[in-house]
Design a binder for this molecule. Structure first.
Ligand code: ASP
Length: 308
């Protein structure tokens, strides 16, 4: 009989220019507190023997409520000043997955993604239809103004004032994500985001695309990504990490580092969190910093944001 697994939980709150010069004081403290709250919520469930899927959903729900991060309340605005939220969740035991893109009224996009996984025959629902599905299934709806913070409006105006060519490349990617292994050894991953400031044309990033920004397979790893979504999509980054582990026998963090190096070669930036079949979970990032946190069943606990 296989020995009992120790649980492990890793979170991210996005990547980017998170340096002591640019992110300090109250802003850094608020982000740290938000990560701590999410870590506590997920860790309490895992310590009680709850499945990894419940733990990643619970942790991401906390991060969606935290204004420090670009997901749920505090999400960035599109070029038209709207909120369009993307999320995905996946369970490694059965490869069950659910995702939503361009949601405008559902308070917890990660819970909507889970409802798509468990209560529809589909994997990915988009825009009005996804909100309608949420309504039909009794998920909490809010006015889209509820998600909006004055700071995000200011960031949008600043970016638009810089001209058409200006995009979000310099700013933080504040997407949130969670990966976990539960006491039974099952893996799960979840990601939630507002995408990129001033996005247009119904742009969808990597976060809600299974295999790009989110992936979980009990045979290999659970992964959630943050960064230049277009590059993560082209590399199928989360699945690429899983494939290197499953087919080439790579260690999870070595595979994560190798794929992040490829993200860099293609002109992208960002990071990933990963947890494998055993051992503690961790991260790899090529951006100056990444909001990140981890805890495990042997008492490990860490919250960090700046580069090593
Ligand atoms: N990867 C996300 C996207 O492209 C952005 C982020 O990580 O904040 O939508």
């Amino acid at each position: 009989m296989a020995p009992p697994q120790s649980w492990s939980l890793v979170l991210h709150g996005g990547s980017g220019r998170i340096t002591p010069e640019l992110v300090a004081g109250d802003g850094a403290e608020a982000a740290r507190r938000g990560l701590a709250r999410a870590l506590d919520a997920g860790a309490a469930l895992l310590a009680a023997g709850t499945p990894a899927l419940d733990a990643v959903e619970a942790a991401v729900r906390v991060l969606e409520e935290e204004p420090s991060f670009n997901a749920g309340r505090g999400a960035v605005l599109t070029a038209e000043g709207r909120i369009e939220l993307d999320a995905a969740i996946m369970g490694g035991a059965t490869l069950a997955a659910g995702a939503v893109a361009g949601v405008t009224r559902t308070r917890h996009p990660v819970t909507l993604a889970r409802a798509v996984m468990e209560r529809s025959p589909h994997v990915l629902l988009a825009r009005d239809g996804a909100d309608r599905f949420a309504l039909d299934h009794g998920l909490e709806q809010v006015d889209s103004a509820w998600f909006e913070l004055p700071e995000r409006r200011r960031q949008l105006e600043e970016l638009l004032a810089r001209g058409d060519a200006a995009f979000d490349a310099d700013l933080k990617y504040g997407t949130v994500g969670a990966v976990a292994r539960d006491a039974a050894g099952h893996l799960a991953a979840a990601t939630s985001t507002g995408g990129l400031t001033a996005k247009r044309w119904g742009r969808v990033g990597d976060s809600p695309l299974v295999g790009a920004g989110t992936y979980a397979d009990d045979r290999a790893v659970a992964v959630s990504c943050t960064g230049t979504g277009e590059v993560f999509i082209r590399l199928a980054a989360a699945h690429e990490i899983a494939a290197r582990i499953r087919l080439a026998g790579a260690a999870p963090l070595a595979a994560a580092e190798a794929v992040m190096a490829e993200v860099g070669r293609l002109g992208g930036t960002g990071g990933v969190i990963a947890v494998g079949r055993d051992g503690p979970g961790g991260w790899a990032f090529i951006s100056p910093g990444m909001f990140r946190a981890r805890a495990d069943g042997s008492g490990g606990r860490e919250i960090a944001m700046y580069g090593a």
